[in-house]
Design a protein around this ligand. Structure first.
Ligand code: B12
Length: 265
């Protein structure tokens, strides 16, 4: 959707909604949402577009306002997260790659993304089957502070009923091993966004091997520079394309593997 190609009346309402969001005037945001709905505009496409642009521009109040719009009009919260907020991170990433944005803008965009994500969190509750949840130890490898993708993976795994032990970012290799042992984990999930820190992943895998733990846990690796080939080369079990893929792969694999008790005894 091209917002500047919409009829002027609709563009006017969008601007008013942006202003109401900046003023944190929730009543006005609601009223303007209702008005926009009566225009017949594709509200879902508009909201996702506004979310990605406001994250890219680092406009925290505006992205929070449009996140509330997304909730009000009933967009699936995972869609809002992935196709709205996270899409904005890709837009700012492209600008950074072209030299049109710099680290401070990346940081502001990240906090806009996290602001929206916080509002969505209560609507992304775990969908558990009542069984004992499987535990996944998750983190971004040592030397790397990027944590948005890792947190998306965590959100999707949690929503699919996994219990995530989140080690955060810049995680030393041996902490993955200790946590896997302590929690008798089903899987270890590692992220990295930088080529310079990719080598931390095989380090963790060889520590699992030398500690006799490799057959007890599945290993998932991911992040922008990680390819399926690289994952296979370093002996990881898999590198699904994205956070949703990580959750569905792991769900499938645990149904066909021996139970945690069998693996860890
Ligand atoms: C935001 C950002 C930052 C923010 C991070 C904020 C935060 N809290 O995370 C800040 C400003 C802190 C930052 C800092 C730096 N950054 Co930076 N950053 C980015 C940027 C623009 C976006 C990353 C992001 O959040 N993307 C959105 C998320 C949703 O995508 P994602 O993480 O890839 O996750 C998806 C998949 O990869 C996958 N996934 C992720 N993890 C996992 C795990 C598993 C198991 C699976 C299955 C899937 C999976 O699922 C997600 C989708 O569903 C990228 C550019 C880009 N296009 O990626 C550069 C980028 C990663 N940064 C880069 C650099 C160089 C840096 C700095 C060194 C800059 C500097 N000079 O200081 C520092 C590094 C500091 C450090 N030691 O870590 C480079 C890395 C280059 C390289 N190839 O090595 C990039 C690629 C920019 C570029 N084009 O040059 N950065």
């Amino acid at each position: 959707m091209q917002i500047d190609e919409l009829p002027e009346e609709i563009q006017g309402l969008i601007e008013q909604l942006d202003e109401a969001a900046e003023d944190e005037d929730e009543e006005a945001v609601e009223e303007l949402t209702e008005k926009l709905l009566t225009t017949g505009v594709d509200m879902e496409a508009l909201t996702l577009k506004k979310l990605s642009i406001s994250v890219m521009d680092g406009e925290e109040e505006i992205s929070a306002g449009w996140t509330k719009v997304a909730l009000k009009i009933g967009i699936d919260p995972f869609k809002t997260l992935l196709e709205g907020l996270a899409a904005g991170m890709s837009l700012i990433g492209d600008k950074y790659a072209k030299g049109e944005a710099f680290v401070p803008q990346l940081m502001i965009a990240s906090s806009s993304m996290y602001g929206g994500m916080e509002l969505l969190a209560p609507y992304m509750e775990a969908n558990t089957s009542g069984e004992e949840p499987s535990t996944v130890v998750i983190g971004t490898v040592e030397g790397d502070v990027h944590d948005i993708g890792k947190n998306l993976v965590k959100t999707l795994l949690s929503a699919n009923g996994f219990n995530c032990v989140d080690l955060g970012n810049d995680v030393e290799a041996d902490r993955f091993i200790e946590a896997a042992k302590e929690y008798k984990a089903t899987a270890v999930s590692m992220s990295t966004l930088m080529t310079t820190t990719m080598a931390e992943m095989p380090k963790v895998i060889s520590m699992l091997e030398s500690g006799g733990l490799r057959d007890k846990v599945k290993v998932m690796v991911g992040g922008a520079p990680i390819t399926t080939d690289y994952a296979a080369r370093i002996g990881a079990d898999v590198s699904p394309d994205d956070a949703a893929g990580a959750a569905s792969w792991l769900k499938e694999i645990i149904t066909s593997s021996p139970s945690n008790t069998d693996r860890w005894n």
